[in-house]
Ligand binder design. Structure first.
Ligand code: ADP
Length: 189
């Protein structure tokens, strides 16, 4: 089982690199952001709740997102592994993931930290907002998301270092170059 946590600030390229990892290694992909956007589009109760948080650049409550993740995980059958994209985003979520995987006789294989300088993140996200119209990719909300990343999510770097799962990835460069570094790290497992 290959269980990969792809980690990084908003705009670090998690979604792009996840798609390549899925293609090469044939594992399942869970993007909590994509799940929530699909719920918003479908107009569900969960979608309405999620929209309130997302539009403010805030994280959803841990219990809610952990439940969503558990049911998505259970929906996979004969899985070769999973790439977790956008989860965990807090220490509580990382601890919950550890328990969830342990209950299934599994563990996180590696945490890939896509490291991108802040000014580049801003540029990428503003461009994405203009192209895709994603409501939370506007300058004001991006700034809030970066603050949330630094206060609530980046402590996971040390957490995964302590777990012995941390792998730094240089997130600046061509998509191919970044993917080559990722594949090298995965192939060493
Ligand atoms: P990005 O990493 O580009 O900010 P995502 O698509 O991963 O975007 O997430 C968009 C939003 O969805 C987040 O800002 C947050 O409000 C919500 N969200 C996604 N994943 C989680 C999570 N694991 N915990 C709490 N909220 C989440």
């Amino acid at each position: 089982m290959l269980n990969i946590v792809i980690f990084g600030a908003p705009g670090s390229g998690k979604g792009t690199q996840s798609a390549r990892i899925v293609e090469k290694y044939g594992i399942n992909h869970i993007s909590t952001g994509d799940v929530l956007r699909a719920e918003i589009k479908a107009g569900t109760e969960l979608g309405k709740t999620a929209k309130g948080y997302i539009d403010q650049g805030q994280l959803l409550p841990d219990e809610l997102i952990i439940d969503i993740l558990a049911s998505t995980l259970d929906s996979f059958q004969d899985s070769k592994g999973v790439i977790f994209d956008g989860f965990p985003r807090t220490i509580a979520q990382a601890e919950a993931l550890k328990v969830m995987l342990a209950e299934r006789g599994q563990e996180v294989s590696i945490m890939l930290d896509l490291d991108v300088p802040e000014d580049e993140l801003m540029t990428r996200l503003i461009k994405r907002g203009q192209e895709s119209g994603r409501a939370d990719d506007n300058e004001e909300t991006i700034k809030k998301r970066l603050v949330v990343y630094h206060s609530q999510t980046s402590p996971l770097i040390d957490w995964y270092k302590q777990e012995g799962k941390y792998q730094h990835i240089q997130g600046l460069g061509t998509m191919e170059g970044i993917f080559a570094e990722i594949a090298e790290a995965i192939d060493k497992l």
